[in-house]
Design a protein around this ligand. Structure first.
Ligand code: AMP
Ligand code: GLY
Length: 420
């Protein structure tokens, strides 16, 4: 079978790397891929989605896995399904769980899913009234997709009102901010919980923790994520059970009731407050870099899980996870996340220990035989070990083997798991 992975980041590279081991796969295409995915398979590109669908039909592609949110929200999964192509990823209507925060919050309210108290509005006066009723800090969110930047945690009433005003006037996030969500601040620890779903059934993967801020000790601006690890020991079996019963199950039931059954990855951004999980956000895809630390934990059955989600027969699937830990350290370019950086040549020293650590490549391009860091998050060094500490050492050893001008990374990934 030939498959296509849609996307160009470290997430898509890590899926390709994990699936490469499956003997049933004869070839992997990456649409559009990056400068390193061309080593795992073949990069392809098209002028529009219709051309891609035509390619998938002609080539008799056995499965398409859609990595990022944008093609999902734009309806790529629907186009493929309408043409009888198996696809892992939700329909555009189901992808609204990520594409519209107002929709997601109203959905949570309707189905009794625990989440921060909120209003969604397009009106400044109503915003101010609600802001004044809350304690500080106050969370103001743009409704639509903003590449992870549409959330303001305001430390004063004035800041919250200004954030609301700028969003509503379209100044900060364009049309994405014309509807806003204002909500109370939840104080606890965050977890990323991933459920692979087929519309009805689901499997929950080990919980991960992301590191959103640029700098050590959670300082600096928010980023797409500077590192992750899994399983997170903070996610006790009790908390995970509660995430299933109060968040995942009501969501799948609710989506089915609304006529938009959810298949693909339901990524639950959770805040645990006094041992109780609250839903902060949904994403409808794997997290990046969380995916890079989850894929290597599959011992067997990853392809079957993707296929079963796409076909709707997850209840029959067999898979096995390793009882190990993975830590991923993101190595980013010099000016990330502020602006793009100049391309720099990457050199990587060979390490003997290939099995226990590896690199997932993201923002890289090729120039003849050279691999160039082409900006943003360039690559993720992943270590696998018997415990978090062991995996961490292997990940950082891999980081030391990488050199390019201006590279930056956090030195404290997984600190939450090592706190006594
Ligand atoms: P979101 O994109 O909605 O997950 O928000 C991005 C980040 O903002 C989250 O990962 C949290 O760190 C933070 N955040 C969002 N909503 C809240 C909230 N209600 N209380 C505390 N922190 C929040
Ligand atoms: N790492 C968080 C995300 O992918 O949204």
């Amino acid at each position: 079978m030939e498959i296509v992975i849609v996307g160009s980041g470290g997430r898509e590279y890590s899926i390709g790397l994990a699936l490469q081991k499956e003997c049933r796969i004869d070839g992997i295409y990456f649409y559009p891929g990056n400068g390193a995915t061309s080593k795992l398979g073949k990069n392809i590109d098209f002028a529009n989605y219709q051309e891609f669908v035509d390619f998938a039909l002609t080539q008799r592609i056995g499965l398409v896995i859609i990595g990022p949110e944008a093609p999902l929200v734009e309806g790529l999964a629907d186009m493929l399904r309408e043409n009888g192509i198996l696809v892992f990823g939700p329909s555009a209507k189901a992808a609204r769980l990520e594409g519209s925060k107002a929709y997601m919050k109203e959905f949570a309210k309707t189905y009794g899913i625990p989440t921060a108290r909120f209003i969604q509005t397009q009106d400044y006066v109503e915003s101010c009234k609600f802001i004044e009723s809350l304690n500080l800090p106050i969370v103001v969110k743009a409704d639509g997709l903003c590449a992870g930047k549409g959330v303001i945690i305001a430390q004063s009433y004035e800041e919250a009102k200004n954030a609301a005003k700028e969003m509503l006037e379209g100044k900060s996030f364009g049309d994405s901010g014309k509807t806003i969500v204002i909500e109370e601040f939840l104080d606890g620890f965050e977890l990323s919980v991933f459920a692979m779903c087929d519309g009805k059934d689901f499997i929950v993967l080990p919980a991960a923790q992301d590191h959103k801020r640029l700098l050590d000790y959670d300082k600096g601006p928010n980023t797409g994520g500077m590192g992750a690890y899994a399983p997170a020991p903070l996610a006790t079996p009790e908390i995970l059970k509660e995430v299933e019963s109060t968040i995942i199950i009501p969501t799948l039931e609710g989506m089915e009731k609304e006529g938009n059954p959810f298949s693909g990855t339901l990524f639950c951004g959770i805040m645990v407050v006094k041992n109780k999980p609250y839903l902060l956000e949904f994403n409808v895809r794997f997290g990046d870099p969380e995916c890079e630390v989850l894929m290597p934990l599959f011992k067997e059955g990853l392809l079957d899980c993707f296929l079963a989600c796409a076909r709707g027969d997850l209840n029959k699937v067999r898979f096995e996870l390793e009882s190990k830990f993975c830590v991923g350290v993101v190595v980013a370019s010099k000016d990330y996340p502020y602006k793009s950086s100049e391309k720099e040549k990457i050199t990587i020293e060979d390490l003997e220990d290939n099995v226990q650590s590896h690199i997932s490549f993201a923002g890289v391009s090729k120039k003849e035989e050279d691999l160039l860091a082409s900006g943003g998050r360039v690559l993720v060094c992943v270590g696998k070990g018997e415990n978090v500490q062991d995996a961490l050492q292997k990940a950082y050893k891999r980081v030391e083997s990488v050199k390019f001008k201006g590279m930056q990374y956090r030195k404290d990934i997984a600190y939450q798991a090592l706190k006594k």
